[in-house]
Write a protein that binds this ligand. Structure first.
Ligand code: SF4
Ligand code: SF4
Length: 150
């Protein structure tokens, strides 16, 4: 979890020089304190999404059997609005990160047979905006199909 959390923070604070100046040990110490606060119920984390950013344009349907919806295992914080609406499950132990099933690491809203999102129209902004096409964590050997440029 710490490595995933660290990756998230590195991404979220990539433009923050104060965060970037921290050593890995300092970052991990912050994460550890944060996790303790979350576990004690005295802390919550919300995602910070810009409403004006358009959804990603990824041909998920064409490659879903290859990616096996890997992005639906990623851990991220829901926005305040998403928490308020209550349509997407969050992790009870870590408010308000999206829930993940311990058995397979997938989102509880994912149909395991078809890899369809069962809350598609209400899925979090982070799910809408994520573009995996350049992400080596999903496509180690590159995205499998050529997407025509517009
Ligand atoms: S965004 Fe990428 S990893 Fe996620 S379902 Fe679509 S193709 Fe698969
Ligand atoms: S809400 Fe839908 S798109 Fe987002 S992680 Fe869960 S199953 Fe995947």
């Amino acid at each position: 979890m710490n490595d995933d959390f660290l990756k998230e923070l590195d991404e979220d604070f990539r433009d923050d020089p104060e965060y970037q100046a921290l050593s890995r040990e300092e970052k991990l110490r912050i994460i550890s304190v944060l996790e303790k606060m979350l576990a004690m119920g005295i802390g919550a984390v919300y995602g910070d999404e810009d409403e004006g950013v358009p959804d990603a344009d990824v041909p998920c349907g064409k490659v879903i059997q290859q990616c096996k919806a890997k992005c639906c295992t990623f851990i991220f914080a829901l926005t305040k609005d998403e928490v308020k609406k209550g349509l997407v499950k969050h992790n009870e132990a870590k408010p308000f990160f999206i829930a993940r099933d311990e058995s397979d690491g997938y989102c509880p809203h994912l149909d395991r047979q078809t890899y369809a999102c069962e809350v598609w129209h209400d899925r979090p902004l982070r799910c809408r905006r994520y573009d995996c096409q350049q992400d080596k964590a999903v496509w180690e050997h590159g995205f499998p199909i050529q997407v025509p440029s517009r």
